[in-house]
Ligand binder design. Structure first.
Ligand code: MRU
Length: 353
C-alpha cells in the first residue's frame, strides 16, 4: 500500500491521482489553500481519503493562524473549516472529519495555541490509522459474501487510495483473497474521470488480483451472459433510509443487478452514513466541469465546440436495490442502517451473516 495522503515534516503530501497510472507523483501542500485545491482537482479523492486530507488541511491551517488566545484562534479556525468544507459537496466524510476536528479543538480549548497545533497533527494521524483499521474490519465482514471463484463487478475506485489505506469495496476483495479465495473483478472504466480504468485496474494489478477492464455500458452484457456473481461498490453518503450516493453510474449498475438477480453490496465506514439525512433525495450532488465530459484527460477533445453538457458526479441508488451495506461493525440490511444512529442498538442483533 502506498500512502494516499501523509503529514511529513510540516507538509501534507498527496498522491496526485489525476496522474495515475502513468506517473506516481506526490504534490506537496504547504498551506490549507493548496489542500483545498487538491481535493477540488481530485489529486486526492474517494470519501474517506477526502476526510483525512481535509483534517490535515486543518492542521496546516492551524499553523497559519496568527493568534495568542483561544478567542483569537477559534473564529479563524472556523473560517478555514468553512473553506475546506466548500471543496466538494457530496462525500459526507469531508464534513464528518471537519466536525471531528472542530470538536477536538473545543475539547482542548484550555491548552495553549501551540499545544493545540501539535495535538491537531496527532489527531490526523489517529484518523488515518483508524481509517485503515476500519477498512480491514469492513473487509472481514464483507468477505463472507464473496465465494471462491466469484466474478465481482465494481464501479469507480473504492480502493486503498480512496481511503487512508486498504480500501472499502476493494478491501472486501482483498480480504477474500487473503482468505485464499480466487476471485476475478470486472472493473467499470467509470466515465467521465475514469477512476475505474486509471485507479482500480492499476491497484488490482499491483495486488495481483485478476481483473478485466470494461466500459460502463458493457456491464449488462456480462450480466446477461451469466459472467457476474456479485457487485461491490463504495459510497460517498448513505442516508438514514439506506439510499446510497456513489459515483455516477452506480445506480445503473444496481438496476442491472436487480434485473439479473445479482446481489449488490455497498462497503463503507460508519462515517459515510449521514444520520441527519432522512432520504437519498436530499443528498447534494456535485456538478463538475463540462470539460471532464468533452475532453479526455482535459486534453483530447471528443465533442463538438459549444455542445451543452451535464456532468453530475454522483447518483443515488435507492435502498431497495441494495442487498446489504457492509460497515466496520457488520453488514446490515439498508432498512436497518438508521438503527445504528444512537449507538444504543447492539449491531450484533441486526447483522447479516
Ligand atoms: O469523485 P470521486 O473519485 O471522489 O468519487 C469516489 C467514489 O464515488 C467512491 O466510490 C466513494 O468515494 C467511496 S471511496 C472508498
Amino acid at each position: 500500500m502506498i500512502p494516499t495522503v501523509e503529514w511529513k515534516d510540516g507538509i501534507v503530501r498527496m498522491l496526485d491521482q489525476t496522474r495515475l497510472p502513468l506517473e506516481t507523483v506526490y504534490n506537496e501542500c504547504r498551506d490549507y489553500q493548496t489542500v483545498a485545491q487538491g481535493i477540488k482537482k481530485l489529486w486526492v479523492r474517494g470519501a474517506p481519503a477526502i476526510g483525512v486530507a481535509a483534517a490535515m488541511g486543518l492542521a496546516l491551517g492551524a499553523k497559519q493562524i496568527a493568534a495568542n488566545t483561544f478567542d483569537e484562534f477559534w473564529p479563524k479556525f472556523e473560517e478555514i473549516c468553512a473553506y475546506l468544507a466548500a471543496t466538494r459537496p457530496t462525500a459526507v466524510n469531508l464534513f464528518w472529519a471537519i466536525e471531528r476536528m472542530k470538536k477536538f479543538v473545543q475539547a482542548n480549548r484550555e491548552r495553549s495555541i501551540d499545544e493545540i497545533r501539535t495535538l491537531l497533527v496527532e489527531e490526523t494521524q489517529r484518523m488515518l490509522d483508524e481509517d485503515i483499521e476500519t477498512n480491514r474490519r469492513i473487509g472481514s465482514y464483507g468477505s463472507v459474501f464473496v465465494a471462491d471463484n466469484d466474478n465481482i463487478i465494481t464501479h469507480c475506485n473504492a480502493g486503498s487510495i480512496a481511503t487512508a489505506g486498504y480500501g472499502t469495496a476493494e478491501g472486501v476483495m482483498r480480504s477474500a483473497v487473503e482468505e485464499g479465495k480466487q476471485i476475478h473483478v470486472y472493473v467499470d472504466e467509470t466515465r467521465p474521470v475514469l477512476q475505474g480504468a486509471r485507479l482500480t485496474a492499476w491497484e488490482l494489478m499491483q495486488e495481483n488480483i485478476p481483473c478485466t477492464l470494461i466500459t460502463d455500458n458493457m456491464a449488462g452484457y456480462f450480466m446477461f451472459h451469466d459472467m457476474v456473481d456479485v457487485a461491490i461498490v463504495g459510497a460517498d453518503r448513505i442516508a438514514k433510509n439506506g439510499d446510497v450516493a456513489n459515483k455516477i453510474g452506480t445506480y445503473s449498475l444496481a438496476v442491472l443487478c436487480k434485473e439479473h438477480g445479482i446481489p449488490f453490496y455497498v462497503a463503507a465506514p460508519l462515517s459515510t452514513i449521514d444520520f441527519t439525512m432522512e432520504a437519498g433525495s436530499s443528498i447534494p450532488i456535485e456538478e463538475r466541469d463540462p470539460r471532464e465530459v468533452t475532453h479526455v484527460f482535459g486534453k483530447v477533445q471528443i465533442a463538438p465546440d459549444g455542445v451543452r453538457v451535464a456532468n453530475p458526479a454522483f447518483d443515488v441508488t435507492p435502498a431497495r436495490y441494495i442487498t446489504a451495506i457492509i460497515t466496520e461493525v457488520g453488514a446490515f440490511h439498508p432498512k436497518d442502517i438508521h438503527r445504528l444512529a444512537d449507538g444504543k442498538t447492539d449491531p450484533e442483533k441486526l447483522r447479516l451473516k
